[in-house]
Structure formats: structure tokens, C-alpha cells
Design a protein around this ligand. Structure first.
Ligand SMILES: NC(=O)c1ccc[n+]([C@@H]2O[C@H](COP(=O)([O-])OP(=O)(O)OC[C@H]3O[C@@H](n4cnc5c(N)ncnc54)[C@H](O)[C@@H]3O)[C@@H](O)[C@H]2O)c1
Length: 401
């Protein structure tokens, strides 16, 4: 069948490889809330969407602190065991893959212990609270020789992957600009109480670590290494209820804006905030090159805006085109639905985990498509430099260990 005819309308029912020939990887999950749920959904979908998947996930155990709550999560998600101390995951010989969906202060110690126990690791972003802490994790996985992934899932949006392919093929020419904003609104109410994301000892930083590291990673993925940054950060609401009848001083940033000079000469702006009224999860990116431009909006994740005038014949009808990135020939789309039957945010985790499992099964790396701990470390170094620039009111050079 020619590629043009391999559309989902005719390929949906194709038989895959029988289950017996596919290896199984036992998964131990830390955290059962937002990311615990998103990653579990990814493992489950991987098992039946790819025919065959690189390996099948066996949901061995999930960890939390509250016994009843973690048992309920295990029952809901389908994990065989519920444990109330993450160390039980590290000690479990049936677990080959450690998945860290805990808060940022709980990334380093469990990941280092998992690496030392020889487990492959996927850890949520930001990899750690600081670049220095992230470096200890990078050193541990390198020393252990395990496969490691930092869960920068937006690399696995089909439209973002298509953007990276267009750039790699040189179709934009020299890149002049990278512009990214990541805007949310969920803590604007001054009476919104303390959560771990507002506490520096747990989160490291605020909008910067939470949202900023995503667009820092996309900047590195799509354009290249940042050379210097200049930034301002702000905490608009400095005191909030602590949820126990008292008050606490907010010690993380609510927002930052920064300029970036890339090693390849491109100029960038990065901005993230949780104070953009009306913006729910508004991650927008634009890249301008000598021969064209690309634009992306996460809230319209199946689309990539493309301006490539040299690839269009008639000058009088050129302009930005809204490409629906849902063809079987588009990145990651071959296993999904007939074109135009769109996918969502949660599917990025299916693609991400598939890449992680492929790397484990082949003994390789999740790079260059996925982000590993080196990428996680580098994003944290850039985030630190943004914070430092705001503090000292000067440009800061990026320097990796
Ligand atoms: N990739 C993304 O798009 C994305 C989105 C949201 C969050 N994140 C990242 O994922 C991580 C988790 O964030 P979240 O939104 O899932 O947080 P969350 O608060 O929803 O969940 C945290 C989980 O960790 C558990 N936990 C906390 N302390 C624990 C301990 N000592 N022992 C065992 N379990 C403990 C909690 O019970 C909870 O289940 C963070 O690093 C965050 O930055 C990534």
C-alpha cells in the first residue's frame, strides 16, 4: 500500500506482534496525583496503542505517604501494590523502571537511590530545585549506567516534533528569533493558600521552575544552547494564608521575563507567569528564520503555523498556513486515529514513555528526541542564571559543568 493510502481509516485494525514476543518492564511510581495519573495513563495506553510497544509496562507498585489514599490510587490505576515509603520501590526486585512524579524536593534522593539500585529512571521536570542538585542526579545515573529521562513532555507534541524536523532540515534557514511565553492564572487570588509550588524549600522556584523550564528546554531543543540571559522576576503577592489559620511569606517568583542570546547568534525572549488573567495553559512559541517562520500554541496542540514561502508557488497566495499535524506520516501520529481525529495533552506522555522504553530495550539513550538528565540539568542551570540575573540586575553567562 502506498504511504499516501496508509491513513487511519484503513490501518486501524492491522494485527500487531503477538504479546509474548514483547519484553515486560516493571514500573514503580512515586506520586499518585497529577503526574502520577498522567504517567500511569501513558503506560496503560502504550501497551495497547503500539503494535507492538517496545516493551509492555507492568504496573508493579505506587508510592505515597497516606496509606489509605495510596491504596485507593493503586486500585484505581491498577498497580499491584501500594506502599507508603518510596524506598520500598527502590528495594523491589520486580521494578526495573522508577518513575518520579513527586514534588521537586523529592526528585534527587529517590532518583539517586534508584540509579544506585540499577533502575532506569524517568523523572519529572524541573529535574531538581537547582542546577547543582540536578548535577548530583546526572552524576548518579551516569555512574550507574542506567537509562534516564527528564519528562519534558512537550518535545513529544507532534507539532513540536514536526517543527524540530523542519528546522533540522534547514527549511527555516538561519534562525534569528525564538519567542516563548508560558502563561497561567491559577494563583491570582490573594487568598489562594499555601501549596508546595509556592514554597522554595519544596519547589526551588515558582513560575520559573514550573513553566519556565519547559520553554527553556524547547528553546534548547529547537534552536540550540543559550549563551547569556538577562531577566527580571517578581513575586506579586508576597504573603498568603498558610491553610492552617496563619500566614506565610511567599518565597518563589510569580513571574519572570528574560532575554536570551543563543550560541548560534539567535535572540530569544522567554516569559512565564501564573498571573495572566484568562490564560489557562497558554504556551506559545514563535521561531523566525531567514527562509520562514513557525508558530505553536499548546492550547491548539494539533496545529503548527508554518510560513515557508519558498515552498509555495504563487506569491499572491503565500502566508502563514495552519497545518493540522494529524497525518499518519506526521511524527507520532501513525498509531493514532484517522487524520483530523485529533489527540490531546495526555498523549504526549504515551510518546515520551515509548521513547523511554525504546532506549531501555535497545540499551541506548532517549536523546536526541527525548530529554535526558543532561538536558534536565542544563535547563536547571539556565533557570538558575535567569534567577541570578534578576538578583544582580546584569546579564549572566551560561556555563555547564
Ligand atoms: N510535565 C508536565 O507537564 C508537568 C505538569 C505538572 C507537574 N509536573 C512536575 O511533576 C512533579 C509532580 O507534580 P504534580 O503536579 O504531579 O504534583 P502533585 O502535588 O499533584 O502530586 C505530588 C505527589 O507526590 C506525593 N508525595 C509528596 N511527598 C511525598 C513523599 N514524601 N513520599 C511519597 N509521595 C509524596 C503526593 O502525595 C502526590 O501524590 C513536579 O516535579 C512538577 O514540576 C510536570
Amino acid at each position: 500500500m502506498p504511504d499516501s493510502e496508509r491513513v487511519g481509516f484503513v490501518t486501524m485494525g492491522e494485527a500487531g506482534t503477538p504479546a509474548g514476543e514483547v519484553p515486560t518492564l516493571g514500573v514503580g511510581m512515586l506520586g499518585y496525583a497529577f503526574m502520577g495519573k498522567a504517567h500511569t495513563n501513558g503506560y496503560k495506553k502504550l501497551n495497547y496503542i503500539y503494535t507492538p510497544p517496545p516493551a509492555r509496562a507492568r504496573l508493579v507498585a505506587i508510592a505515597g505517604r497516606n496509606e489509605a489514599a495510596v491504596q485507593a490510587a493503586a486500585d484505581r490505576y491498577g498497580y499491584e501494590k501500594a506502599v507508603s515509603d518510596w524506598r520500598a520501590l527502590i528495594e523491589d526486585p520486580e521494578i526495573q523502571v522508577f518513575d518520579n512524579g513527586g514534588p521537586n524536593n523529592l526528585h534527587a534522593e529517590p532518583c539517586i537511590a534508584a540509579a544506585q539500585a540499577g533502575k532506569h529512571i524517568i523523572c519529572e521536570k524541573p529535574l531538581a530545585r537547582t542546577g547543582a542538585e540536578a548535577k548530583t542526579m546526572l552524576d548518579a545515573v551516569k555512574q550507574a549506567g542506567v537509562v534516564h529521562m527528564c519528562a519534558f513532555n512537550y518535545r513529544f507534541v507532534p507539532a513540536i516534533r514536526l517543527a524540530s524536523q523542519i528546522i533540522e532540515e534547514g527549511r527555516l534557514g538561519q534562525i534569528y528569533h525564538f519567542r516563548a511565553q508560558y502563561l497561567q492564572e491559577w494563583i491570582m487570588d490573594p487568598n489562594f493558600s499555601l501549596v508546595w509550588r509556592l514554597d522554595a524549600s519544596t519547589a526551588g522556584s515558582g513560575a520559573l521552575g514550573d513553566l519556565g523550564t519547559h520553554i527553556i528546554d524547547l528553546a534548547r531543543y529547537l534552536v540550540g544552547e543559550p549563551k547569556t540571559v538577562s531577566a527580571v522576576t517578581s513575586t506579586f503577592i508576597k504573603e498568603r494564608p498558610d491553610g492552617k489559620g496563619g500566614r506565610f511569606q511567599v518565597d518563589v517568583d510569580d513571574a519572570f521575563v528574560s532575554t536570551v542570546e543563543f550560541e548560534n547568534g539567535a535572540l530569544g525572549t522567554l516569559e512565564a507567569t501564573r498571573f495572566a488573567k484568562g490564560r489557562k495553559n497558554h504556551q506559545v512559541i514563535e521561531i523566525n528564520g531567514a527562509r520562514g517562520s513557525l508558530a505553536f500554541n499548546l492550547e491548539r496542540l494539533n496545529e503548527l503555523e508554518v510560513y515557508l514561502p519558498e515552498e509555495e508557488d504563487r506569491h499572491d497566495a503565500q502566508g502563514f498556513r495552519q497545518v493540522l499535524v494529524t497525518e499518519a506520516s506526521h511524527p507520532y501520529y501513525d498509531v493514532w486515529w484517522p487524520h483530523g481525529h485529533i489527540i490531546g495533552w495526555e498523549h504526549t506522555f504515551v510518546h515520551e514513555i515509548k521513547r523511554f522504553f525504546e532506549a531501555i530495550v535497545t540499551g541506548g539513550s532517549v536523546r536526541p528526541e527525548g530529554a535526558d538528565f543532561e538536558d534536565g540539568y542544563r535547563a536547571s542551570v539556565v533557570a538558575d542564571a535567569i534567577m541570578e540575573s534578576s538578583r544582580i540586575r546584569r546579564h549572566v553567562d551560561i556555563s555547564y559543568a
